[in-house]
Design a protein around this ligand. Sequence first.
Ligand SMILES: Cc1ncc(COP(=O)(O)O)c(C=O)c1O
Length: 386
Amino acid sequence: MRLAKRISDLPPYIFAEVGRKLEQLKAEGVDVINLGIGSPDLPPPRHIIDVLYEAALKPDNHGYGGYYGLPGLRRAMADYYTRRFDVHLHPDREVAVLIGSKEGLFNISLAFLDSGDVALVPDPGYPTYSLGTHMAGGVRYPLPLLEDNGFLPELESIPADIADAARILWLNYPNNPSGAVADQEFLARAVNFARRHDLLLCCDNPYCDLTFDGYRAPSVLQVPGAKEVALEFNSLSKTYNMAGWRVGMAVGSPQAVEALARVKTNIDSGIFKPIQEAAIAALSGDQSWLAERNAIYQRRRDVVVDFLPTVGLTAQVPKAALYVWARLPEGQKSYDFCMCTLERTGVWLTPGSAFGENGEGYTRIALTLPEDRLREAGERLRRDKR
Ligand SMILES: Cc1ncc(COP(=O)(O)O)c(C=O)c1O
């Protein structure tokens, strides 16, 4: 038996790898505080769960969920874009229902990259952009996201031959892992860039409704003409505390939606119908609870930002997303720092290097535990300060 090269070359997915280690420590009786993964710890509200329950009781709701998702779900996604961004989408031609956005983030590379094609990928960045590029046989050209530049890529400094060879430009704001945000003016420049170089602009926007201090995140589709060149990925995972339910969307360019659907219909068979019905309820029901949920995350953010200086870490205060991106003391390697912290304190932080070379020297702290656990983590780090 021999593994394919594309798999044998792959480093293990760090979150899966460390998950095992954390289970082992817990089994040994360690009180682990896991600030690694960005999985919301709060449940969705009752009205969404009730719809799931009722829908699961219907005997005819247990077959395949449909290749393109329920028409009502596509409509609810389009309506959400109208309400939230004043962006009008055709529910059949401009909306693809995804089994969580990660699925689409991966499959879009199969639709747009042939062997040797270039994808422009932010570094640090969510690992699936690079992985999809690799699996499609493409070549990743990293775009450094640096603190001095507000963690925005310098599109103008991409060499012309690389930009012309590229088929996809990836962007993600509000950003994981840095928590940085981008304004309309930057997104408009990215749309222009995509048009000039005839490539697909993929904007990953799962944190658009997880914002603090009154900040409102934009959509790339608000840029006039963006639909011609851009596909935006979005998700119910973070917005509605539904990460385990696996519902996402890709919206925008009809050509890209159609290409992605062509890949997907050959690979998967849709989402369980009761989950789709509950997703409709999430998107079209009461939205007022989101403000209180964001206030909870904001208070957690403040707890973390407050303890950072006392443990030798520094960070900008994020306006959005689920993370604080903290700089390590000079000379510390992020993997060693995080492993050592786990061994000595039981607190797990994600090493910045897991997100790319430019993540070295940072750690990502997820805000997915209650304030008292975050304070406890801060206390342990303070006692362990190196
Ligand atoms: C930037 C980014 N994109 C996409 C995802 C995946 O979200 P989903 O649960 O919709 O697959 C995540 C999850 O953490 C993320 O951080």
